[in-house]
Design a protein. Structure first.
Length: 126
């Protein structure tokens, strides 16, 4: 019985983690054209006491920013260039799909464990 309840907790923590990941991916996509924007990355780790998935600190991707040539832009330097963002929309969309599928997998596990728990309670009532 405790294992079923624990599996509910594990899958719920996985859904929370993937939800946080999707939130940061959405921020990255919405700021893809913001000059000087660094892509946000979220990491996951296992809580040593509960075994649940928790999100680590949000970090910024320190890869080089895109150099954009636009001499008419007020941010442009003497060469007519300014720093864009380091967000790659293809990578963000792929990450979003992966996070969505992971969320759905955790949701299926949660639903299975819930159904099994309900079945167990039904047996115990008899």
């Amino acid at each position: 019985m405790a294992d079923l309840i624990q599996s509910l907790s594990y899958s719920a923590s996985g859904m929370e983690a993937q939800s946080a990941r999707l939130r940061h991916i959405s921020e990255n996509i919405s700021n893809a054209d913001t000059p000087g924007y660094h892509r946000k990355l979220v990491s996951f780790r296992q809580d040593p006491t509960s075994g649940e998935v928790v999100t680590g600190p949000v970090t910024l991707d320190r890869s080089q920013l895109a150099s954009i040539y636009d001499p008419g832009n007020p941010l442009a330097d003497a060469t007519g260039r300014y720093d864009g963002s380091n967000v790659d929309l293809v990578v963000e969309i792929a990450d979003a799909r992966e996070a969505q599928r992971s969320y759905e997998a955790n949701l299926k596990i949660f639903d299975q464990a819930r159904q099994m728990t309900e079945g167990l309670f039904e047996l115990l009532r008899r």
